[in-house]
Structure formats: C-alpha cells, structure tokens
Design a protein around this ligand. Structure first.
Ligand SMILES: [Ca+2]
Length: 543
C-alpha cells in the first residue's frame, strides 16, 4: 500500500473526529484567541443546532489610547452543507450580532445558517463599549484611530475571512465548498467593497440597499436637516405624517397605472419621475389638502440632493415613490435624527457623529450631546466641510471615500470578481430614505455600459416599489433573493423574476395587497400587468 492510499484512509477519520470537537482547543490561528465554543440548541431565529464559537482577533492599542480588536462569532451547524457565509453587519458596527446569515426580506428558514451554512459575524474591529464615556458620539468614537477606520471600512473582512475559513477546516476536517457574503445597508456597502477589493473571496454576494457611497449619503443627512429646519425648527413639524400621506397619494395618482394596474405599487418608477411635480401640491386660496410653498421647497431640495454653492452635486438625486409616507422614511429623514426632541439617539450617532468623527479627515470634535450633534449638522458647510470626505493627512492616510467605498465605485467594472466567476444579487427599495436608489441605478447603468450591456451575466439588480430602508412601507417586502443566488453559483442557473409578497407583520401594507404576489424583475425590466387574477404573479410579465 503506498503513502497516498494511507492518506486517503486517514482523512475521513480526521474529519469525523473534528466535527464533534466544539471546544476552544479545536481552533487556532496567529492572533486568534477563542473565548468560548459550545453547542447551542435551536434558539430564536437560529433554527439548527450549531457550535457557537466566540473569539477575538488581532487586538491592539489605538493611536487614541483605546483598546481595539476584531470580536466575532462563528456558528458551525451540526448538519453542515459545506458552504460558508460571511455576514456583513450594518450601522456603525461595534457589536457582534448573531451570525445567522439573515436579510430583512427573508424568512428565518431562508437564513444562511438555517440552510446549513457556517456563518461568521464580527464587530468590524471595535467594541462600542470602549467608547461609553463619549455619550451619543460613542458609536462613531473609533473614528479617532486610523486603523480602526480601515478595519470598519474593509480590513476586518480582509483579516477575519481567512481565519474563519481556517476554523471551518479545523472543525469539519474539510474546507467550505462555496463561500457567500451577505449584507445590507452598511453591510451592503461592505459586500460591494469586498467584491472589488477581495474578488476571490466570495462565489456569491447578496447586497441589500447598499450605502456604497456612505460618506456622501452622510452629507445628504446634513442637507436634509438644514432644509427641514428652514421649514420649522421643531423638525417633526417640518413635514407631518399628514403631509407625507398627501405626497404619497399624489405620486400614486400620477404613476400607479403606468404598469397597467392601479394597485398602490409603482413598477415603472423611471417614467414616474417625469410625471411628478410637487408644485402641484402648493396651496392656493381656500384649498385644504395641500402643502405650503416652504414644505414643497424642502422636499424638492431633499430630492435633488446636496449641492455646493457652485451648483456641484455632492451625492445623488432621489426617486419620488409611494413609500415616502412610510414610518421608516419618516424615522430616517425627519424624526429620529433629533434626540433633543426625544427620538432615537442612535440614529443621531450614526448620522451627525459619524459624519464628524469617521467621514471627515482629520476627525472633527463633536460633543456627544443631542444639541451638539444637531448643531454640527445645522452648521455643516457644503463648500468647506463636504470636501473633507476626500481629505487625508499623515496620521489618517486614507480618506473616508477610500476606506468606505469600492475602489472602482465611480466607474465600476468588478472585472476581477467577474473573472473569478463571482455572482452578485442587489436589491433596494425605490423609497429608501437613507441611500438613494438613483445612485445605485446610476452605478448599475455604468457597470452595464462597461460590460457592453451584459452586466446581468454576473450582477442582477432588483428594485422594490414602495419599500423604504430594508422593509416596511406600502410594499411587498418579503422575497427570497438568497435561493436564486445559490442556484446561480452552484448550478449555473441565472436569476430571473423573484416573487414578492406582503409581510404578515407589516402594518403599512394596503389591505388590498395582503394576498397579492408580484414579480420583482431584473433591472432594467419592469413588471407589467397582462390581465387576469390581480393577486397572481403570473398575471404580470417582466418587460
Ligand atoms: Ca401599479
């Protein structure tokens, strides 16, 4: 018997022994410390038994004197299907959220972990507890360390990805067969950054409502607050829910039937934009259901996006869509940014303090009080402060546009990702108030041009009418975009229409749409009603 034969006989035994050893001693890599490893029965949205490993990678002392490390958890399902998913998290990171491989449009059964994939989730290189003394500015406090900025932007993925793969091999006795990246919002940004920076890491990437130009979107936040403040210094009065309901009804009146069916969903948003003129809503004498000129001016300015005094656009235009009346739109655009009025302080941290401490270089001092954060946004100068997202210094050698965005974002090709056989699915709501879908459409159109009209060979993009940031609004926001990605990667089956339906726990879906099914069509095709049962997706074609 030769040596090769002996190896073949030995390998399966090694693999079998490794599978069961859910123990810290199983895992080892340079810079890695395992805090715990134990079997977990199905709990919450984790529907399968898994070995949950908690660890810390590459600790260091930052230039700000604070302690940094990549904290993470890796969940290894007992019944493993030989795949791996890297979960890109949202917001400012700083927390290790459960590694489920989830997305807002999926049901728990469809999460990567529950399909039998091993899933890793990290804090992005910093622990928010380290910054508790900074008050409301703590969530973005890591911006004072240059390396922590890079880790947040892309480097945590670069460092943790190979270690997670080693750990999978150490546990199961064999490497993962297919590797996926899954993320939405800031996580969607990271997913797109990964495709450009690390084109060989992932076979398939699922990108939800991505902030791939996040520093620019943060400038939009200051722009929005300044224009709303000009209407009313009590921001929640600047645009009331009644105002936004009026706007939404007007947009539907102009656009709902462009897709052949008046159903509360606008499947032809591109054509719709040409028919919307909010000046139509300005009050005339004796009129009731109307808006003041100042409110219309603010809405138009917000939808045109931030500009400097020379008229140069600093981010993007936006779509008018029915979901502008949603609670989610209101939460992000109008109410939540102002903790002084008793609203969610976390969003102020993400918006104002992130712009100050993470996205401007050098970082800008801002106190962690509600008033200081609001004042920072109100005084933000679009001529002198906005260029700081492109600035760098000796101590901060990367600008925020460099560490936050895909290197080829302005003129995307993702050629190396395509060459490696990578596939990507992107989805976003037409009513997204945080990241403009117009920016994503612009990006996709350029990508498509750069691939001679064949971007769909490796990137498929779905627009979701009425959907704001992630879920909610008058939308059919439950759809499975992960199954088609897996089928594309593992079986070579190109994604086509995806069926969407109402989410049972979304109170904003019109009653008439509770049983409706609609296809989401690969951009640039749109769903058009062909006649027949209005609840059936087969009554619609992708045109
Ligand atoms: Ca319609």
């Amino acid at each position: 018997m030769n040596k090769a034969w002996l190896l073949c006989l030995a390998l399966p035994m090694v693999a079998k022994a490794g599978v069961m050893a859910c123990d810290p001693s199983t895992f080892h890599a340079p810079g890695l410390t395992i805090k715990s490893a134990q079997w977990e029965s199905p709990t919450g949205d984790a529907l399968v038994e898994n070995c949950r490993v908690e660890g810390v990678l590459d600790p260091y002392k930052g230039m700000d004197g604070r302690n940094y490390a990549i904290g993470f958890e890796l969940r290894l399902p007992k019944n493993w299907h030989h795949d791996f998913a890297y979960q890109f998290n949202g917001g400012n990171d700083g927390i290790v959220v459960p590694a489920l491989g989830n997305a807002s449009s999926l049901t728990p059964k469809q999460y990567a972990l529950n399909r039998g994939m091993a899933v890793v989730s990290s804090n992005g290189g910093h622990d928010e507890q380290e910054f508790k003394d900074m008050g409301l500015a703590g969530g973005s406090g890591f911006g004072w360390d240059a390396r922590a900025r890079s880790l947040y932007g892309y480097k945590a993925v670069e460092l943790l990805y190979p270690v997670a793969n080693q750990m999978i091999t150490q546990f199961y006795g064999q490497a993962a067969k297919y590797r996926y990246g899954i993320g939405a919002s800031n996580g969607g940004r990271m997913a797109m950054v990964a495709a450009s920076r690390f084109p060989n890491f992932f076979n398939g990437i699922l990108v939800g409502y991505p902030g791939f130009n996040l520093p620019k979107a943060a400038i939009q936040h200051a722009w929005d607050i300044q224009h709303l403040h000009a209407v009313n210094s009590d921001l929640k009065q600047s645009l009331t829910p009644k105002d936004m309901s009026l706007v939404s009804h007007y947009i539907l009146k102009q656009c709902d039937d462009l897709d052949g069916l008046k159903d509360g969903l606008i499947f032809n948003p591109k054509q719709c934009q040409k028919l919307v003129n909010l000046q139509d809503l300005v009050c005339h004498a004796g009129q009731k259901d109307c808006l003041s000129q100042s409110k219309v001016n603010a809405l138009v300015a917000i939808h045109n996006g931030p500009h400097n005094s020379q008229g140069k656009a600093l981010y993007s235009r936006w779509y008018y869509d029915a979901g502008m009346s949603s609670n989610n739109w209101r939460f992000w655009k109008v109410e939540s940014p102002i903790p002084a009025w008793g609203y969610n302080p976390l969003i102020a941290v993400m918006g104002a303090s992130s712009l100050a401490q993470i996205f401007t270089t050098p970082p800008t001092h801002v106190k962690g009080t509600p008033k200081a954060l609001v004042d920072y946004l109100l005084k933000f100068n679009f001529d002198t402060d906005a260029p700081k997202i492109y600035a760098k210094t000796k101590a901060f050698p990367e600008s925020s546009m460099e560490f936050m965005t895909p290197p080829d974002a302005a003129n995307p090709t993702m050629s190396a990702f395509k060459k490696a056989g990578g596939k990507m699915i992107i989805y976003q709501g037409d009513s997204d108030p945080v990241f403009s879908i117009v920016d994503t459409i612009h990006w996709y159109n350029k990508l498509n041009q750069n691939h001679n009209g064949k971007a769909r060979d490796f990137v498929t993009f779905y627009e979701v009418p009425g959907m704001p940031h992630g879920k909610g609004g008058p939308s059919l926001d439950q759809f499975d975009v992960l199954s088609p990605l897996i089928a594309w990667v593992e079986k070579g089956k190109s994604p086509d229409r995806v069926i969407s339906q109402a989410r049972a726990d979304n109170p904003e879906v019109p009653k008439t749409l509770l049983k409706a099914k609609r296809p989401l069509c690969p951009y640039p095709t749109i769903a058009v009603y062909e006649g027949g049962n209005k609840d059936s997706a087969s009554s619609f074609i992708c045109h």
